[in-house]
Design a protein around this ligand. Sequence first.
Ligand code: UDP
Length: 486
Amino acid sequence: MQQPNQISPHVLIFPLPLQGPVNCMLKLAELLCLHQIHVTFLNTEHVQNRLRLHTDTETYFKKYEKCFSFRTVPDGLPEDNPRTGSQIPALLKGLDEVAVPLLREMVTSGELGTESERPLTCIIADGIFTFAVGIAREIGVTLLYFDTISPCGFWTYFCLPKLIEAGELPFKDDDLDVIIKNVPGMEGIIRRRDLPSFCRTKDLNDRIIQLVLKEDEHIPLAQGLIFNTFQELEAPVLAQMLNISPNIYAVGPLHTHAKTRLGEETGVLSERSSSIWKEDRTCISWLDAQPLKSVVYVSIGSLAVMTKDQLLEIWHGLVNSGSRFLWVRRPGSIEGLDDKFEIPLELSQGTKERGCIVDWAPQEEVLSHPSVGGFLTHSGWNSTLESIVEGKPMICWPYFVDQQVNSRYVEEVWKIGLDMKDTCERSIVEKKVREVMDLKKDVFWERARNMAQLAKESVSEGGSSFQDLNRLVEDIKSKYMPARPN
Ligand code: UDP
């Protein structure tokens, strides 16, 4: 057993077991390792198996073997569950029933327990994991919540009780263009349609609403909050967060932050995948053969789905726009597609001439490719940040949760793209693609380039995220260490 005066910082990181949160928590883990903080990364067996199958993540992290290890727990879902967006409540239930008891045992009497060789000193958990408050208290360690959605989206989640109390939720009628008044700092910016998708329910007992209200009660009980953003992007929202917690760490964009600091250490700025689908790299050689800024990259991320009708509308819109396109169609992401589906001739022809379709792409690399001129995105927060860093304007077609807020911010606040929310009619897709790729290309590119510059500066020496990461590291090493017995 370690002597009290030998206790060293040891963080347990537990992401929501989905592609986006796993991606950015792995980056945070690596940054902590670079600062000699020991990290145990808790994945579900499902995620870990897929990382093992499609990436070299386990081998890669062996380079930190003195301070990094993976642990796994089951997620409680059958292997054939698609784990798409609609399954998130079932996933949370499965974790509660199966993973949480195992975690509790692991950190109390088990291999990470107080009597173990290297007891935990801090837990960093996804903000939706309300159980983490009880576990951290039980073992007497610090809890930091890391909500990997956008802070602007998170802030609307947090204001849910206020919206309900003020009578703004549930909506009184079907007019989605009514301006929202009770989200401080967002007055005049967001309309009903820009609130997270779950706010459209008439029933406040809805499962997601109840989960978010529970999260809102637990978030302030953590000692600090970590966000994947940077001050220059979201200063007003981050200022509001200080009302929830005195310890706010804005350390993003994490993928660039990790790359930058690793580059300083090793001189190599390498791309590294933590994809839980197999990346099809043929799209990179296809991009190599396209003219500069000529391609719209299209992806709805790892959880969203679309109907066959929506697929056809977007497809017609893209082909009619005359733009080249690279389209990720994740297996299982189109509902109702069967063997009888016949591709209309004009679409197969247009795709043959100007398109490329893959199951899954190395997205960061795609977005940094000089042939890509815009991104038709579902506005997931990781995708949004990845696009911002590469200075690529966006056409947003949000699916759910924080994405409705993100897309509004892209158009209305940051002005680096267009929000196509609530429609994907072919004529609208065509119009928006033409605007971003052609008619208003110069103004979007200029703004996007400026924002990309700010993002990169924030993670460079002396930048806002760089400083917040240093503060987080110092706090984990000193302020958040458990009190030592005399
Ligand atoms: N992604 C990828 N290849 C693809 C599509 C997506 O690597 O073909 C990655 C993308 O880079 C991002 C993550 O998947 O890091 C998706 O996270 P996001 O928060 O954007 O959306 P979500 O999938 O959670 O809805």
